[in-house]
Design a protein. Structure first.
Length: 103
């Protein structure tokens, strides 16, 4: 399965459009991660715990989007967009969406 943020894949013309597909995930960061991230914010540097949560959420949303595209008979998803939102206290929502196609 090819996943691309572009609207076409060079050398592979779209044969069939299967429609929009998306994958969503909501992940909460726990209290200990919040505590250590706040220390990192105070002293500077990157928060590896939050980066890990963000990476996991993104991978889950993309995997879900790919599975939906495959169920529609697609072998690629083009025009992929990733949206990130914080919800409530410490919840992170990631949505991956794109157009499922056969190339």
């Amino acid at each position: 399965m090819i996943i691309s943020t572009t609207n076409n894949i060079e050398g592979h013309p779209v044969q069939t459009y299967h429609g929009i597909v998306s994958g969503e995930t909501i992940i909460g960061a726990n209290v200990f991660r919040d505590f250590f991230a706040s220390i990192t914010d105070i002293v500077g540097g990157r928060s590896s715990s939050y980066e890990s949560v963000l990476r996991e959420a993104k991978e889950t949303a993309i995997r879900e989007m790919k599975e939906k595209a495959q169920r529609h008979g697609a072998n690629a998803v083009i025009g992929v967009d990733l949206d990130y939102e914080t919800i409530g206290n410490g919840m992170l929502m990631v949505v991956a969406s794109g157009t499922a196609v056969s190339i």
